[in-house]
Design a protein around this ligand. Structure first.
Ligand SMILES: NC(=O)c1ccc[n+]([C@@H]2O[C@H](COP(=O)([O-])OP(=O)(O)OC[C@H]3O[C@@H](n4cnc5c(N)ncnc54)[C@H](O)[C@@H]3O)[C@@H](O)[C@H]2O)c1
Ligand SMILES: [Zn+2]
Length: 396
């Protein structure tokens, strides 16, 4: 059959236009003691009814958690042994924290383990750790063999309520946050409240920033609930056991986050809007210029304070509402005063954020507690002045 790329008799050039859709979905479970003897949740995910093959498992463990809870490795080994699950060697203990996103050798070591331990596309990578390690493991799982099944078991507040419930992963490159990454939904997420017990104070607090964020843009009642329960949340921050208030704050934050991903119309972020990124344009810049000495959640709280001040200054938000936001941030004792504010270059931070997202500049501000609003222009001079005013902390 002769083939011509010229127009055919009806005036059309040949074209093949495939089109298909995929439905995505995954469970986010809430439990306590996931590796305990009586807890069958993980095995039910790995071996659903009717499954004939026992999948091979590569287990990745956050090094800081391993140090803080040395018996966890044995507990996990006993769990997998008891259920005859096919664990491919000892858990890989990897550095936790932003370091594992900065150093590509961590990613390479996961690829090596996938190759050396016979992990295939029907195997599972299970990652137990903070948001940073979960980001690296997510990228490794999305790219090795073009995709290995992934179960995330997040172990910080921020990872449980935000970083590991969504569809993204990321690594840092050339000093730029999340420069490398992909959109790849996990197979399941398991939030285990008990795994939060070993967290340091700053990581207990940092995770609450994402809950305040999502309440501010979406849910006034949730914000009011946090105001009313600030004392209980503070008890946890200062070392108390994670109780029902912490469980609720994680659950509600994750739920609002997932509502945006599943109902917001743009789960893989092809447009320019990023409603969940309130406070994040400056947060990412502050994290970078601090060389990651501040946590993501700490930076997000700083960024939210700045954008709340700005929202009030441009007449979007009332002074009373701004003061309530600042009041909650102060009640939870978030560190806001910092010399980093002097180094925040508003113009380049906004441009870097725009470039990362693509398209036009789109910044979420507030018109009320619980109501985010997107703007496409920022008064850089006013923003710069407000940022510098925060050097000595929230104005009294
Ligand atoms: N992919 C996404 O959609 C998404 C969303 C938000 C944030 N993030 C990323 O998540 C990261 C922040 O996550 P994070 O706040 O969990 O910080 P993190 O992963 O850096 O963890 C903070 C510290 O706690 C340690 N740790 C983890 N679990 C512990 C435990 N149970 N006990 C004691 N120490 C423990 C870690 O090793 C680290 O030192 C950032 O890199 C951020 O960019 C990703
Ligand atoms: Zn965030």
């Amino acid at each position: 059959m002769p083939f011509s790329s010229e127009k055919n008799a009806s005036g059309q050039k040949p074209i093949i236009q495939p089109r298909f859709t995929l439905a995505y979905g995954y469970p986010v479970h809430f439990t306590a003691g996931v590796f305990g003897p009586g807890n069958s949740l993980l095995s039910e995910i790995l071996l659903p009814p009717g499954s004939e093959v026992v999948p091979r498992i590569l287990l990745l463990l956050d090094g800081t958690l391993d140090t803080a809870l040395p018996e966890l490795k044995d507990r996990m080994a006993r769990y997998f042994h008891r259920l005859n699950l096919d664990l491919a060697g000892d858990p890989m203990v990897l550095p936790g924290g932003e370091q594992c996103k900065n150093d590509l050798s961590v990613l390479h070591s996961i690829y090596d383990a996938v190759a050396d331990r016979g992990i295939d596309r029907h195997s599972y990578i299970i990652v137990v750790g903070g948001g940073a390690l979960i980001d690296v493991a997510g990228f490794a799982a999305a790219t090795a063999h073009r995709g290995i099944r992934l179960i995330r078991i997040p172990t910080t507040v921020l990872a449980q309520n935000d970083a590991s419930v969504g569809v993204k992963n990321g690594l840092n490159f050339a000093g730029r946050k999340n420069f490398i990454g992909s959109f790849a939904p996990p197979n399941a997420v398991i939030n285990d409240l008990e795994l939060l017990e070993t967290l340091e104070e700053r990581d207990r607090r940092a995770g609450l920033a994402e809950a305040i964020k999502v309440a501010l843009i979406r849910d006034q009642q949730f914000f009011e609930w946090m105001e009313a329960n600030a004392e209980a949340l503070n008890r946890f921050v200062l070392g108390g056991a994670p109780g029902p208030e912490v469980q609720y704050v994680i659950y509600r934050c994750a739920e609002l986050h997932l509502k945006q991903i599943s109902n917001g119309g743009d789960p893989f972020e092809t447009g320019s809007a990023r409603p969940l990124d309130f406070g994040h344009w400056s947060a990412h810049f502050l994290e970078e210029i601090s060389q990651h000495s501040i946590r993501h959640g700490e930076a997000v709280c700083m960024g939210m304070v700045l954008d709340s001040l700005y929202s009030q200054s441009v007449g979007l938000l009332s002074g009373d509402q701004r003061d309530r936001i600042l009041g909650l941030v102060q009640k939870l004792d978030f560190p806001i005063a910092s010399d980093l504010w002097k180094k925040l270059d508003v113009k380049s931070a906004l441009e870097s954020f725009r470039e990362h997202l693509g398209g036009e500049l789109c910044i979420t501000l507030l018109k009320a507690v619980g109501k985010g609003v997107e703007v496409h222009e920022i008064d850089n001079a006013m923003m710069q002045k407000l940022a510098e005013s925060l050097t000595s902390g929230i104005p009294v």
